[in-house]
Design a binder for this molecule. Sequence first.
Ligand SMILES: Nc1ncnc2c1ncn2[C@@H]1O[C@H](COP(=O)(O)OP(=O)(O)OP(=O)(O)O)[C@@H](O)[C@H]1O
Length: 249
Amino acid sequence: MIEVKDIYKSFGENQVLKGISAEFKPGVTTLIIGGSGSGKTTLMKNMVGLHEPDSGKVLYDGRDFTSMNTHERIPIRKEIGMLFQGSALFDSMTVEKNIRFPLDMFTEQSKAEKLDRINFVLERVNLAGKNKLYPTELSGGMKKRVGIARAIAMNPKYLFCDEPNSGLDPKSSIMIDELIKEITEEYNITTAVVTHDMNSVMGIGDHIIFLHQGKKWWEGSNKEITSTDNQELNDFVFATKLMETLLKK
Ligand SMILES: Nc1ncnc2c1ncn2[C@@H]1O[C@H](COP(=O)(O)OP(=O)(O)OP(=O)(O)O)[C@@H](O)[C@H]1O
């Protein structure tokens, strides 16, 4: 479990996170939603150490990550998989080399062991045999799947995904969502997903955290989200759906 405890974060005068507390449980995909600029990505960056909170703590299964120095954080970092916006694959490397990258960085595995792991994760994301292709030869959805394969290559306990559906058509989006949810449940991963996408919310939102004005404004499941009387959340859900409908026309 990841526990976020009373996190505050400002950039100059701009107070972005104003006392956020939340729990992220193993085997559950927790979605972080909210309007543009509400602090979703900032929260995630504070959780993984890409930003340091001004105050508050992040605990990984009871281990106080925030108080650790860079060296002390290494064991936890090895347990974290990340899927960034736009997949962030290295274009000059084949699919296989992209996935091997964290294994080279963080493990002492033999070449054969690494190849076994690469083939295993490629198969898991339905890309068996695509080892020698370059990212430029893949569709957007395939790139995301390679990104997921790389994120799970290290067998992570914690998985962070920032807008995993950005730039994908609806069908590919659903595939990526389902893959993230399946992997989370299969390997009991503690997964946090930042998303704008109401389809994702309805599809995989077992647990949803809604940020508004720097605070955790609402928390619940996708079943509860449709019947909430929280005005700001209703505005967000309605605006997103309306936008989608308008964009499709
Ligand atoms: N490194 C930074 N330096 C200064 N300001 C920042 C930095 N990162 C984020 N901000 C500010 O913090 C606020 C929240 O940004 P953040 O990216 O967390 O929002 P978000 O909810 O993820 O938005 P979006 O949905 O548009 O991606 C914004 O006002 C942004 O300008």
